[in-house]
Design a binder for this molecule. Structure first.
Ligand code: ADP
Ligand code: MG
Length: 396
């Protein structure tokens, strides 16, 4: 493929909007190939942009059945366009919002695919994904499950961050806060870190739900992806983001936050806080300082698209009011200080529980590596659980 400019493409459909831009279903006219084209607005100098495109070529070299393949990337000022394999069943967030909680056997297949994808990225390319969440796990009608949007380009991530902040606040959090005791943030470090991370959460564009260690200032590692995997597995099997909060979810495929509206009426009511929540253990759990969570739909962590901002403004809703900041601070606080979310006890079996709990171990040292997690019974059993993924994908 020689992807050079926009004129080679016919737009077929918009697939979704994220923080960094939008994704379109397109046809590459010279070859007739249908692709998903991600358009990202970036703020980078020409030399940096070229470097970003070069870095994105790494995606080209990825060859795994668990990674969405790439056709290449090109610059279309002021955007960068990333062309990838089109996954016709979309992402798992869209799937569970459409069909409800996902069959635990399918969730098991997702766990296998994500672990395999992470192992491939790390072992072969030394890449950490950095953004594991249902919207970055895609499915097609053959029943394949693949990862997309991995942190291939540090340069790209920086440029997107700079679009909003001008400097990487994230770095200052990392540098300035030596991690205190694992489950407890000491004042005033904690507050400073929380505010900085919250602010960067609001302003940084490729961000998603942070892991406990990131809030506490530790370095990102492949184990941070594992924590995100644990949260994702709960979200899919329960059909709801396990941190429920005082503000609402947003419309599907519209990742903006909306602080002053109630959750979508078709969503189950948010679980009550703490002990009565189906997501938290009823007794203090193995991990000692478990780590969980609380308020806020995942979507609230994302920056509204400009279209969404406009819509909101016309509805008279303030997006950057203190309420949102407070809710995000509360979320960060709970990720660090509360026990980790759990699968509803007894519902999906001990093996699934053990695996998810191992992913959501708050202390990084105690959390499993992808390699160790392959040894869990739930993973080996999920490989051969008899679920016909192709037939399943044909049901929606
Ligand atoms: P986010 O992942 O935060 O939702 P993105 O901009 O990365 O934002 O993607 C927006 C949506 O586009 C995703 O939720 C997904 O449903 C859809 N999408 C992304 N890549 C593909 C692809 N390769 N094939 C099909 N749909 C895709
Ligand atoms: Mg994505």
């Amino acid at each position: 493929f020689d992807l050079k400019n926009d004129t080679d493409f016919t737009i077929l459909q918009e697939l979704g909007q994220g923080n960094g831009g939008s994704v379109m279903k397109v046809q590459h006219v010279p070859t007739g190939t249908v692709m998903a084209k991600k358009i990202v607005l970036i703020d980078a100098k020409p030399a940096e942009r070229k470097k970003i495109v070069l870095e994105l070529q790494i995606m080209h070299d990825c060859d795994s059945q668990y990674i969405v393949s790439s056709y290449g990337a090109y610059l279309a000022e002021p955007n960068i366009c990333i062309c990838m394999e089109f996954m016709d069943k979309g992402s798992f967030d869209g799937i569970y919002k459409r069909i409800g909680a996902i069959d635990i056997r399918v969730v098991g297949k997702v766990a296998v695919a994500v672990l395999e994808g992470l192992r491939y990225l790390y072992d072969v390319h030394r890449i950490i994904h950095r953004d594991i969440k249902p919207s970055n796990i895609l499915c097609n009608s053959s029943g394949d499950i693949k990862l997309c949007d991995f942190g291939v380009s540090g340069e790209l991530v920086n440029s997107i961050a700079n679009t909003f902040v001008g400097t990487s606040i994230y770095m200052s959090v990392r540098l300035s806060s030596p991690s205190p005791s694992p489950s407890y943030l000491s004042f005033p470090y904690s507050l400073a870190s929380l505010i900085l991370v919250c602010y960067s959460t609001l302003t940084r564009s490729l961000c998603s739900l942070p892991q406990p260690e990131r809030i506490q200032g530790a370095t990102y590692s492949v184990k941070s992806d594992i924590w995100s995997l644990g949260i994702t597995l709960i979200e899919l099997s329960v059909g709801q983001f396990p941190f429920s909060g005082s503000f609402s979810d947003s419309e599907d495929n519209d990742n903006d936050s909306d602080l002053e509206h109630d959750r979508d009426s078709d969503m189950p009511p948010p679980p009550p806080p703490k002990d009565s929540s189906p997501f938290t253990p009823s007794s203090p759990h193995s991990s000692g300082n478990g780590g969980d969570a609380t308020p806020n739909p995942r979507d609230s962590l994302q920056i509204p698209s400009s279209a969404a901002r406009r819509r909101r403004r016309s509805k008279g809703v303030s997006l950057h009011g203190g309420g949102m900041m407070m809710s995000i601070i509360e979320l960060m606080h709970q990720i660090v200080n509360e026990p980790s979310p759990r699968l509803p006890q007894g519902k999906f079996g001990r093996e699934a529980d053990e695996f998810v709990n191992a992913c959501l171990e708050k202390e990084v040292e105690r959390r499993g590596t992808p390699r160790e997690l392959f040894d869990y019974a739930w993973i080996s059993n999920s490989r051969e659980n008899g679920m016909d993924m192709k037939a399943w994908a044909a049901t929606f």
